[in-house]
Design a protein around this ligand. Structure first.
Ligand code: NI
Length: 207
């Protein structure tokens, strides 16, 4: 059947709507990623993330952000029972750190914060962070302390529904690596499986 003028008009309208929808979607995605991205369309200084925390380290000592004052912090929230994602991310952080010169390393603190303080006791944390070199600190503490720290970093975590009843439960959690400035403020974050070289480059740019 040949197109009549009305049908053609309708088709053109639909095509235009489709183009607009794609353009808007693209713009929204760009805004989303540039805001959270490593360079940041918004300017990293404007992003409110991080800040004071009180946690317990792998030696049982209570620590706050002030214990790392004057250093950049590379921060990751996860849990030691995590089968693959967390170890990969922490290995990435350690690999980025290894790319730095010793005098640069002194200015950087690697921080792992557990979202599973119930299982990740001081001893478990101590054994675990040792897998990622000698310079990573493992932080846990009470459920309330961890909750407050995760909230400050806008990290989501919860017991995975499918395994919640088991003692081998898994945790759902967000998986960004955060780079914090000497002033404890957000500078950048890295998506899961970020290239260690790109992390090291970003650290260097801030030293
Ligand atoms: Ni994980």
């Amino acid at each position: 059947m040949a197109d009549n003028p009305m049908k053609r008009g309708l088709k053109r309208g639909l095509a235009l709507a489709l183009v607009l929808a794609v353009a808007l979607g693209g713009f929204a995605a760009w805004r989303y990623f540039s805001r959270g991205g490593q360079i940041g369309g918004m300017g990293a200084e404007q992003i409110q993330l991080g800040g004071p925390f009180t946690l317990v380290d792998q030696d049982g000592k209570t620590v706050t952000e002030k214990d790392f004052a004057g250093r950049l912090m590379l921060v990751y929230f996860g849990y030691t029972f995590c089968p693959d994602v967390c170890p990969t991310e922490l290995a990435n952080m350690a690999a980025a750190y290894d790319l730095l010169k010793p005098e640069e390393q002194k200015q950087v603190q690697l921080v792992f914060i557990t979202v599973d303080p119930e299982r990740d006791t001081t001893q478990v944390l101590k054994d675990y962070v040792g897998n990622f070199g000698n310079d990573m600190v493992g932080l846990g503490g009470s459920a309330e302390q961890v909750k407050a720290a995760a909230k400050a970093y806008r990290v989501y975590y919860a017991r995975s529904k499918e395994t919640a009843g088991s003692s081998d439960y898994l945790m759902d959690h967000s998986g960004f690596v955060y780079l914090m400035g000497r002033d404890d403020r957000y500078r950048a974050h890295f998506r899961p499986a970020a290239d260690p070289q790109s992390i090291a480059d970003k650290i260097r740019a801030l030293l």
